[in-house]
Design a protein around this ligand. Structure first.
Ligand code: SF4
Length: 366
């Protein structure tokens, strides 16, 4: 359903349905100078199904590494091959970043994508800087590097090629089965203690997943990916993220059992958080897809975030607080040994890092 203003050019009207998209609206990003409003002109036309095609633009990357200083994030640097994500998860906390591009964190986030070709060359240059000190690079913590677009653009594969050549530690987070394509690069990195992978799984219910994460692989397919990676010797953490209180929290133990059966060695969880525009998008989606449970879910969400839809305070934003948060944490901790899962994975190695010869440097040997 389209519940909020959409660009006139889209041809969408309030009440129309979208095929295989997460957001039900395309409200303005918070930095846009103009705003749009849908107007009921009184014509009672039948509502339509719409298929919005994905559009891709290129961005020439000027820098590859982004650094952060958040004390509750276990890495200080990341690389982002794409902006926006076609998987379209309604709860995605990266959605608000699309507003920086003057695009909507709603449908634009999952339909107007930006690829960053040449990122690997920029990364190569940054890693060669004399002052560079290696620490784990996280990829997939903003948008998914193995989203469908990667099949044709291969920006992520090129980045992995560079990191593999530098023997640089890497932590990947994804829902994308395309990661299996790169096992030839990833397995040798894992064997050297340079790689770990997080596969995010929020539910085992294929119907719920299709509505909530419309273009991500189905839960059973993600379990198959965990199996393939672990069989290739790649250590996998299952990330139950987010846990949606009142909608998916009852699945915590079954998910842990399933991922352990597929070979995951570690698991973690993050509470649903709804920063900025995600709060409205998620509530529109709930009202459209689960109207009978919407009030209960939002009451629980506010419960775990101190009465708000989101509390950005460090230390609270990932897990929330209060009774529901404590209950989930206790259940998770109790289930870990039952399924032989651990919370922490061994640290990745930074001591193997070394810059390979750059193309053209061979001449200096003569
Ligand atoms: S796969 Fe990750 S980055 Fe992509 S929409 Fe879903 S949560 Fe966001």
């Amino acid at each position: 359903m389209i519940n909020a203003p959409l660009p006139p050019a889209s041809g969408l009207r309030p009440g129309d349905r979208l095929r295989a998209r997460g957001a039900t609206s395309n409200a303005n990003g918070r930095y846009e100078a103009t705003s749009r409003a849908a107007l009921d002109d009184g014509w009672d036309l039948p509502h339509e199904d719409h298929l919005i095609r994905t559009q891709v633009r290129d961005e020439r990357a000027r820098s590859a590494l982004s650094f952060n200083r958040s004390p509750d994030i276990p890495f200080d640097r990341s690389v982002n091959p794409y902006r926006g994500c076609e998987h379209g998860c309604i709860y995605c906390f990266a959605r608000p970043s699309h507003a920086w591009l003057n695009l909507s964190p709603g449908l634009d986030f999952e339909t107007q994508l930006i690829a960053r070709p040449g990122l690997a060359q920029v990364l190569d240059k940054e890693l060669r800087a004399k002052s560079y000190q290696p620490q784990v690079i996280a990829i997939g913590t903003n948008t998914d590097p193995y989203q469908p677009l990667e099949a044709s653009r291969k920006v992520m594969r090129e980045v992995v090629e560079v990191l593999s050549a530098f023997r640089h530690p890497l932590a990947i987070t994804t829902k994308g089965t395309l990661i299996e394509r790169d096992i030839d690069l990833l397995a040798p990195m894992a064997a050297q203690g340079l790689l770990r992978v997080g596969i995010s799984l929020t539910t085992l219910d294929a119907g719920l997943s299709r509505k909530m994460e419309p273009r991500a692989a189905a839960p059973a397919r993600r379990l198959a990916t965990i199996r393939k990676l672990t069989q290739a010797g790649i250590p996998v953490r299952a990330m139950i993220a987010p846990v949606i209180p009142g909608l998916t929290d009852h699945e915590l133990e079954p998910i842990m059992e399933a991922v352990a059966g597929a070979g995951a060695e570690a698991a973690s969880w993050i509470m649903l958080r709804l920063p900025l525009e995600v709060a409205g998008l998620f509530q529109d989606w709930l009202a459209e897809n689960y109207p009978d449970r919407a009030a209960k879910v939002m009451a629980r969400v506010r419960d775990v975030h101190g009465g708000k839809e989101y509390d950005p305070a460090w230390g609270k934003r990932m897990r929330g607080e209060g009774l529901w948060s404590r209950l989930i944490a206790q259940r998770f901790d109790k289930a870990l040994p039952r399924y032989r899962l651990v919370k922490e994975m061994p640290p990745l190695r930074c001591d193997l890092f070394s810059a390979p010869f750059a193309r053209g440097n061979q001449l200096s040997l003569f």
